[in-house]
Ligand binder design. Structure first.
Ligand SMILES: Cc1cc2nc3c(=O)[nH]c(=O)nc-3n(C[C@H](O)[C@H](O)[C@H](O)COP(=O)(O)OP(=O)(O)OC[C@H]3O[C@@H](n4cnc5c(N)ncnc54)[C@H](O)[C@@H]3O)c2cc1C
Length: 454
């Protein structure tokens, strides 16, 4: 049946399936489409230059544990066997939903019958004042008012999502290019110490890598503890103590007030509490948001896709516009545990949503029943995992039962959150051997009352 396969060869042909994003959600959709439609043409667009890669592995790449050869999760054969036309380094700017056309920033247009938005998230860049270091240092030495005024005039520039790239030494950590650029910069500048803004998952993933290659880290975190979205104070304290014992500094309840540069090179930062840290490497890791730039750009001339924090879809992963689907980090979907809509940006959910979208795009019928947050991280040889609702709001009517086992001397912590006999949240630190079993209990909503009775 080889001759009946429609392979899109030229970009002015109409693709039966056009997918924006060549990662977890996009490629999972491709595989799912091919389980139903063996012949329809598939065009995948990505603004990256790499054939594909596993994002969670960029930590291990930066840590030197794996090389580029090990980071790809689909080989060239995947594209050949599935008859996919992959167009790299195409940055989609907007979509004309009426004419079913995707338009790149260079004005190239691509037509489609069915479209999947699987374009993931983008890093948040907080507005921080950029200060020329000379003025800053002078200000330190001379506390007179004139210098302060001078500094205010000179330092009107604020960091934003584009200008940080012009300052040598400031990076985000959300894609392969980030990891490769940081790696190169560390070698070229013989970096021994770094500042990480943000003590959440991405901040700690970058800390994990830097510590592995012997770089001292200073983590600046706005809340009162590391990993505050998923850990409680007990879990955080184990990680924090271990990091402090390994020459790392953690500045909680703090943030960066000023970025100090000289000749467009980072030389240090000043914290909210006025403390100054000399550093040539700053990783900004304050969060990732669904990347809605394409939609916002398309709004002027189009029917509008509905979104909140992320794109809204129905249980078939279809948006409010016919033939337009969305999956992965760009969507806001059903949180199985809280019952609310949420943007749960994790790899397995991107794969599952991509699969559901692909099946339905190809005429199948499959429903997404929701997912929940789950992530693991290993810092200084302490493994940890958090699943679901780990910090329920203060116990209301007593319906939530929490079981804790905290043994800081053994760097061990276990917290199980139970609602109506079912586990809805879990934190394991130090020993995650039973994470799979607990995960199964959560997923299958097993009644665990009898297991935890005294
Ligand atoms: C450092 C790090 C560590 C992580 N660790 C884990 C982990 O341990 N476990 C876990 O479950 N999850 C982890 N994640 C999250 C996980 O990587 C994501 O949930 C997953 O990659 C989402 O897949 P996706 O396909 O939705 O989007 P993405 O993987 O973000 O892919 C989106 C693709 O779309 C492309 N794109 C975006 N905009 C455009 C455009 N305008 N035009 C063309 N192409 C575009 C992008 O370049 C990219 O190729 C981690 C993420 C990071 C950053």
């Amino acid at each position: 049946m080889e001759d009946t396969i429609k392979k899109i060869k030229k970009t002015d042909e109409i693709a039966d399936y056009l997918i924006i994003g060549n990662s977890a959600a996009g490629l999972s959709a491709v595989s799912a489409i091919r389980t139903i439609d063996k012949t329809g043409s598939i065009l995948v667009l990505t603004n990256e230059q790499y054939k594909n890669y596993s994002k969670p592995l960029i930590t291990y790449l930066l840590a030197g544990k794996i090389g580029l050869d090990n980071i790809y999760f689909k080989d060239d054969k995947f594209y050949e066997e599935n008859n996919i036309l992959l167009k790299s380094e195409i940055n989609v700017k907007k979509i004309n939903f009426k004419d079913k056309m995707v338009i790149s920033d260079k004005g190239i247009s691509f037509k489609y019958n069915k479209l999947l938005l699987a374009n993931g998230g983008s890093p948040i860049i907080p507005k921080i004042r950029i200060v020329e270091a000379d003025d800053f240092i002078e200000n330190f030495k001379n506390k007179n008012i004139n210098i302060k005024v001078k500094e205010e005039i000179i330092t009107q520039e604020m960091l934003d999502s584009t200008n940080y790239k012009n300052i040598s030494g400031i990076f985000t950590f959300t894609c392969l290019q980030d990891a490769l650029q940081i790696q190169k910069y560390i070698i070229e500048n013989k970096i021994k110490e770094a500042v990480i803004l943000g003590g959440g998952l991405i901040g700690l993933k970058s800390a994990e890598a830097l510590l592995e290659i012997g770089i001292k880290v200073n983590i600046i975190e706005l809340s009162d503890r590391l990993l505050s979205a998923t850990f409680d104070k007990y879990a955080s304290s184990i990680i924090e103590n271990e990091m402090k014992n390994n020459q790392s500094n953690i500045y909680t309840n703090n943030t960066i007030n000023k970025i100090l540069v000289k000749n467009n090179k980072l030389v240090g930062i000043e914290l909210k509490n006025k403390e100054k840290i000399n550093t040539k490497l700053l990783i900004i890791a304050v969060g990732v948001v669904p990347d809605l730039r394409i939609l916002k750009e398309s709004e002027m001339e189009n029917e509008q896709i509905k979104y909140g924090r992320g794109i809204f879809t129905d249980e078939y992963m279809q948006t409010n516009i016919k033939d337009v689907y969305a999956a992965g980090d760009v969507v806001e979907s059903f949180d199985f545990i809280t019952g609310n809509k949420a943007n749960i940006a994790i790899w397995p959910l991107a794969v599952r949503q991509g699969e559901i979208a692909g099946i339905n795009m190809a005429g199948g019928n499959k429903i997404y029943s929701g997912g929940y947050f789950m992530n693991s991280i290993e810092i200084l040889d302490i493994p940890s995992i958090s699943i679901g609702l780990t910090n329920p709001a203060d116990n209301n009517d007593g319906s939530i039962e929490i079981i804790k086992d905290f043994k800081p001397e053994r760097k061990f912590y276990k917290k199980i959150v139970i609602l109506e006999g079912k586990i809805i949240g879990l934190i394991l630190v130090g020993n995650i051997d039973r994470a799979g079993i607990y995960g199964g209990l959560i997923k299958n909503e097993i009644d665990v009352k009898s297991m935890f009775q005294a």
